[in-house]
Design a protein around this ligand. Structure first.
Ligand SMILES: Nc1ncnc2c1ncn2[C@@H]1O[C@H](COP(=O)(O)OP(=O)(O)OP(=O)(O)O)[C@@H](O)[C@H]1O
Ligand SMILES: [Mg+2]
Length: 285
């Protein structure tokens, strides 16, 4: 096929030899099948920031670490430089996440680098070598669904142990390879510690997967893996190999109430101490 403009620089640099065909063009990126020597890979070309929802960006940007205060300030102000930097930060987030997660043993496509704003990674294929279908597009037996669910919960736990939440996890961002599910599409990855909405995002991610797989194995719909892993994570007790049950005694709500009471009491005490300090200072004047 005719080389898309965004991929010409990769050919010029010898990163890839040929663009074979377009694979998929989504909301945020166009993915192409490419050849690098004897290897068939895929290249993800990011679409313009302007085409993406601003709302989404603001929500996701919260909690994402940006190197250097100059960069942070630039992103804060919507200057041209700021927009450019933000675009770079956004694009890098997926690449950074992919390498981090690959190293942590999460089932993701093998990354092969980031060149000229294009992510090159392994093409996930099915048993016949065709590009792998998405989890939301395949029919499963109840056993397969339970199996995939267990594997995916393990991936979410491993991600959480890296301090990351996918943020857009669903059966449409999971590919079905010959030896099980593989998670893709990380540009909106969220920091588990730094984002107020982190718990909500984790629960949404887990619930999306559970709801999809629950079509084939309805008993999955009675599980509470998201709540369980978040409680362990918050307590500092979550490990990559922690065995989850899916059973969750919702006493966490009671624990939360106690926590909130404690926080209110602490704030009240602190205000009191400050007030006393101010009064003492006023008397000294
Ligand atoms: N490594 C890969 N191997 C095989 N297919 C892939 C790979 N990466 C992406 N795809 C295909 O390309 C599609 C789009 O990729 P991705 O989800 O990363 O981008 P996106 O623009 O966010 O897409 P969408 O908006 O549809 O979620 C995927 O749904 C999948 O079908
Ligand atoms: Mg996607």
């Amino acid at each position: 096929m005719k080389t898309p403009a965004a991929l010409q620089a990769l050919i010029d640099d010898g990163v890839i030899d040929e663009v074979l065909r377009p694979l998929k063009s989504g909301k945020e990126a166009a993915v192409y099948v490419v050849r690098s020597g004897d290897d068939i890979r895929c290249a993800k070309v990011y679409k313009d920031m302007a085409q993406r929802s601003f709302q989404q960006r603001v929500q996701y940007q919260e909690g994402r670490k940006v190197r250097g205060s100059r960069e942070a300030r630039a992103i804060g102000k919507a200057t041209k430089y700021g927009r450019k930097q933000q675009e770079t930060a956004w694009k890098n987030a997926e690449v950074d996440a992919l390498y981090l997660l690959r190293d942590a043993g999460v089932r993701v496509p093998e990354p092969y680098g980031y060149y000229h704003g294009v992510l090159v990674m392994a093409l996930v294929t099915d048993a016949d070598g065709f590009s792998a279908p998405r989890l939301g597009e395949v029919a499963l037996s109840p056993e397969q669904a339970r199996d995939f669910h267990a594997v995916l919960m393990r991936q979410v736990v491993r991600m959480l142990c890296c301090g990351l939440i996918h943020g857009d996890l669903s059966a449409y961002n999971v590919l079905v390879g010959p030896d099980g599910p593989i998670v893709i599409d990380f540009p909106q990855v969220v920091s588990a510690a730094g984002n107020n909405a982190a718990r909500q995002m984790l629960l949404r991610d887990v619930n999306n997967l559970t709801a999809s797989l629950g079509r084939w194995a309805p008993e999955l719909l009675d599980t509470w893996f998201g709540e369980e892993m978040w409680a362990l994570f918050e307590a500092g007790d979550l490990r990559p190999d922690t065995v989850l049950t899916g059973v969750f005694a919702h006493d966490e709500r009671r624990a939360d109430v106690a926590g909130v009471r404690e926080a209110i009491e602490e704030a009240r005490q602190e205000a009191l101490i400050r007030q006393q300090g101010r009064e003492a200072a006023a008397q000294d004047d």
